[in-house]
Design a protein around this ligand. Structure first.
Ligand SMILES: Cc1cc2nc3c(=O)[nH]c(=O)nc-3n(C[C@H](O)[C@H](O)[C@H](O)COP(=O)(O)OP(=O)(O)OC[C@H]3O[C@@H](n4cnc5c(N)ncnc54)[C@H](O)[C@@H]3O)c2cc1C
Length: 533
């Protein structure tokens, strides 16, 4: 076990009652932990697997106001998201940046129709706008999207949103919370709630690395477990009480990653209406192109949902309609699937069902358990403020002024980004911490380098050591899926690197680390990400 984890466990054991215990280390839980820590509350965050291992590492990587919600007339939601977009871009410029999108138009009415909507998007953004919406000629559309399907192209519209590295932002949120005094543990599932006199007064968790059971007292417990919130809600009932109706109706979204040659350039492509009425994106990200996504209802909630054949087929064929080269299954470098925690309304069992927006829901049970789910990555900060408001309203915490995270740079944030998020991954993703990275052994020993010339970014030995020493990585998967994003960019390459990464982890973590098991488990996972059914 590494020193930082030992120190955290010792601090946890020595700590009395926490103000707040947060269950779940995705965007929502990390955001709540940071907001509370920044307001001076004592906070513990417990994540069952790894930070962002659930839905929060599987987003389309867009920091966006949600053009789609504007079409639905949800102006309040769009305005809030546009505001939050600016906040995230300002607080983590090494990990979240503006991105220009181009919507190619093939029918005469498309550019004026969508362009007018996007002008409204600009107007709603006001001073938070990232650049003006522009109408494009067919020739200019082609310049910006060199591989766009030219047959029948009438023109296009260009507008601005943002993109980010979701897993590294989640990590930066946790690390910023820790810098403000929070204690955080990954690989530490909550297994039960402590209840006294009908009230939730803490949690029981299992340290999956060391094996110990932890009993933690807290004045307020927040259930931020995404699609798993109903499992925790189920722990919050009297022994003989019936099971509560489920709050979450999961819907799965698939992404395919293909080489950059399918869409060179730095502009993303938006298809506003696919054949079945959805939105589809092709986004340049970290040296590759992300294609997605789908929206398929799913009853079972699994850790690593597999894509359905029809979903892969749909994405490939839709991409083929808009790109001059149709990608095939053989071109797919990685497939990842995320589950959206969509909220079922009604049947909330007498709990306070004050849904603040259509996007996310906060419930406070009679026991005082606070549950938050839904929403989107972009609005995690506003959601965190809303969660704390509920805690104050129910007197679970003494009120303290909000707004403290609006201008709070995340760990490593430079003043300005030096390299685009569309470039291959590299030292630039460490922002101000790149110097610390370079001081570690193996800074010039590259396990993998992107690009045919090997001159792009990549993964160095020092990055693996940094992941353990400073970023709480405990397994090969933690490193190759979320500290580095290699699993998401090129699953076969990630699989090839598993052995080398496992050996460095063994060196860093010492005798308690099961090298063979960690490597084997990652190789199995990578095999799933390689396979587009
Ligand atoms: C396909 C797809 C694309 C998306 N694209 C975008 C996008 O481009 N932009 C955007 O803004 N939003 C996007 N979203 C939405 C966004 O990703 C989600 O709203 C957000 O990640 C949800 O975060 P969360 O923290 O609520 O859930 P999660 O990230 O799932 O976090 C919940 C955490 O709780 C942990 N947990 C579960 N049980 C326990 C337990 N017993 N003890 C401790 N921990 C536990 C899990 O391990 C998990 O890490 C997308 C969503 C999907 C599905």
């Amino acid at each position: 076990m590494n020193t930082a984890r030992k120190t955290t466990l010792a601090a946890l054991a020595a700590h009395g009652r926490f103000d707040l215990a947060v269950i779940g280390g995705g965007a929502t839980g990390c955001g709540v932990a940071l907001d509370a820590a920044a307001r001076g509350f004592s906070v513990v965050l417990l994540e069952a697997e790894d930070y962002s291992q659930g839905t929060s590492s599987r987003a389309t990587k867009l920091v966006h106001g949600g053009v789609r919600y504007l079409a639905q007339g949800n102006v309040k939601l769009v305005r809030e998201a546009l505001h939050e977009r600016t906040t995230l871009l300002a607080n983590a410029p090494h990990l979240a940046q503006p991105m220009a999108f181009v919507m190619p138009a093939y029918r005469w009415w498309e550019a004026p129709f969508y362009g007018t909507g996007l002008k409204m998007y600009d107007a709603l953004a006001g001073s938070h706008g990232l650049g003006p919406t522009e109408f494009l000629s067919a020739a200019r559309t082609r310049e910006l999207l060199p591989t766009v399907q030219m047959r029948g192209l009438a023109g296009g519209v260009k507008y601005w949103d943002g993109q980010f590295d979701d897993a590294r932002v989640a990590l930066a949120l946790v690390r910023t919370a820790v810098a403000r005094g929070a204690l955080a543990l990954n690989h530490c599932p909550v297994t039960a709630l402590v209840r006294e006199g009908g009230k939730v007064t803490g949690v029981v968790a299992r340290d999956a690395i060391g094996g110990a059971e932890l009993r933690i007292a807290a004045s307020c417990v927040v259930n931020a477990t995404g699609v798993w919130v109903d499992d925790i809600r189920d722990m919050d009932r009297e022994p003989d009480a019936p099971k509560k109706p489920g709050l979450v109706a999961p819907s799965q979204g698939v992404h395919l990653v293909v080489e950059r040659s399918f869409m060179p350039g730095t502009h993303a492509l938006l298809v506003p209406k696919t054949r079945d009425g959805r939105v589809l994106f092709a986004v340049p990200w970290m040296g590759k192109t992300i294609l997605g996504t789908t929206d398929t209802p799913r009853e079972d909630i699994v850790r690593e949902p597999a894509p359905f054949h029809e979903e892969v087929e749909f994405i490939l064929s839709e991409a083929g309609r808009y790109l001059s080269m149709t990608p095939t299954r053989a071109d797919v470098r990685s497939v990842w699937v995320g589950l959206r925690p969509l909220v079922r309304h009604g049947g909330e069992d007498g709990e306070n069902t004050k849904a603040i927006s259509r996007e996310h829901t906060v419930l406070v049970g009679r026991s005082g358990l606070v549950t938050v789910t839904g929403g989107k990555w972009t609005t995690y900060r506003a959601m965190a403020e809303d969660v704390l408001e509920h805690c104050f309203d129910r007197r679970l915490l003494a009120r303290r002024a909000g707004g403290v995270t609006v201008h709070l740079p995340l760990v490593g944030a430079p003043k300005k980004a030096s390299v685009s998020m569309t470039a291959a991954p590299g030292e630039h993703l460490y922002g101000e911490e790149a110097g610390m990275l370079r001081e570690l052994p193996g800074a010039d020993r590259w396990l993998w380098r992107d690009g045919p010339s090997g001159q792009g970014g990549g993964l160095s030995e020092a990055m693996v050591r940094f992941a353990v020493r400073h970023e709480m990585a405990m397994t090969v998967e933690d490193v190759l899926a979320r500290r580095s994003r290699l699993l998401f960019l090129d699953a076969a390459e990630a699989q090839r690197q598993a052995g080398a990464v496992a050996a460095i982890l063994a060196d860093e973590l010492g005798s308690g680390f099961d090298t063979a098991a960690s490597q084997a488990s990652f190789e199995k996972l990578a095999a799933q990400y390689r396979h587009a059914p």
